[in-house]
Structures are given as C-alpha cells and as structure tokens.
Write a protein that binds this ligand. Sequence first.
Ligand code: URA
Length: 248
Amino acid sequence: MNPLPRLQKILSETGVASRRHAEELIREGRVTVNGRLARIGDKVDPSRDHIKVDGRLVASPAAKAYLMLHKPKQVVTTSEDPEGRAVVMDLVKARVPRLFPVGRLDYDAEGILLLTNDGEMAHRLSHPSFEVRRTYWVKVKGKPAPEEIRKLSRGITLEDGPTAPCRIVPRREGRENAWLEMTLREGRNRQVKRMWERMGYPVLKLRRLSFAGLSLGGLKAGEYRHLRPAEVEKLKKMTQERPAKGGT
Ligand code: URA
C-alpha cells in the first residue's frame, strides 16, 4: 500500500497554497483534519479525511469535480494545443487537479461542455451505449426540404457507419440559410457537420444547447460553474446502468 501523503503536500496539490505557505497555514492553526487542529507532518487520506482551511472544506485531489463551461468559438477542446491556440483549460480557473473535457466540441463550435476529473463518468457519458442526448442549434447553408430532413432524422450512412435516428426540428428560414434544432444520442467526431455535408447543406454555425439534460442557462461564452449536487446525482443515475439494448 502507498504511504499516506503529508497534509502540506495535499494542500499544495489542491491549489490552496504553495508547500511553504501550506506549512504557515498549519502553523497558524488555520487547518483542521476531521475537526482536529492539524500539525505539520500529519499524514492524511485525501479520499476520506475532511480537510478544512479557515473552516472551509478544501477540495481534495480524490474528490470528484463536475463543471459546465460555455465554450466559446475559436477555442480548442484540449488542455494544450501544439499550434498555440486558446484551449478550454485556460478558461477554467478552478484549481481542480486532473480536470478534462467530456467529449469535444469543434474549434469553431460553441456551447455547453462538461469538465470533470471523474474518468468513469466521462467515459460513460461519451459511450454510445448510454445514448446521452445532445441538442444542437445548427445554421446550414441552403434550405433543406422536409423530405430531406426526414431522411436525415431516420439515419444516413457516413464513412464510419450508419447514424442512429435523431430528432430534427426546423426553426427558421432565411433567404439562403436555415436554422434547425437537432437532438442526437451519439457523439461521433464532427457528426452534425458530416451529416449535413452529406445532404449537401454545409454547417455555417453550430452551438450545443444541452448535454445529458443540462443546459447553459445564463452562462455566457467563456463562463463556467460547478454543477449543483442534484445535477451530479442526475448524471450518476443516467450512467449507472447500461441501457438494456446496449450497443458498441
Ligand atoms: N458535431 C459536430 O459536427 N461538431 C461538434 O463540435 C459537435 C457535434
């Protein structure tokens, strides 16, 4: 078994303070572990112990975090971009170790993006067998006919296989473009764009309105917030059991 880490190490890993500052906090009597005043060198189990600084619970590295971000356009859904473009992690100031995005949104797409350090949950939310719903607001070049919309919603075949049935609701038409709302239960790479391209209607704008029943509410592009406990519970329930019909 790994030896338990020292308290000051955990405090610095959670971003509360540097190692040295963490020692000062402990010396000043501002840190408690399970309600007892901490001492320098105390060993802690971050997955069990309640560590508080100035009476406030510190997020431990083992604690799971769930955030929603309104990803703006011109931002890459990664932690680092070799081309030096802005990345979603630059936007999140929460000091949560090992946070990563659930799935991805294209560079030129905007909308809701979940971030977590819960690998199992992220995997399940992205896995096709859980059929997690994603709703998009799509602007296409051209005006698809009702029959074409029906065809696309029944499913078409792309290079990586047939698409599952989806819901498409036409919302608005201009002289040269159309706006539609589209709900998918799968999330393949560039799927929405590829579906419309195949039908001859290139996507001009793409915004994800909701993911797994969560929507942005008042969050503006670039803003984020922690999910509320009830929202996390809902996600957990949704991903607890694999749907009976399964899939790959
Ligand atoms: N479909 C796309 O084509 N792009 C996205 O970013 C998300 C879904």
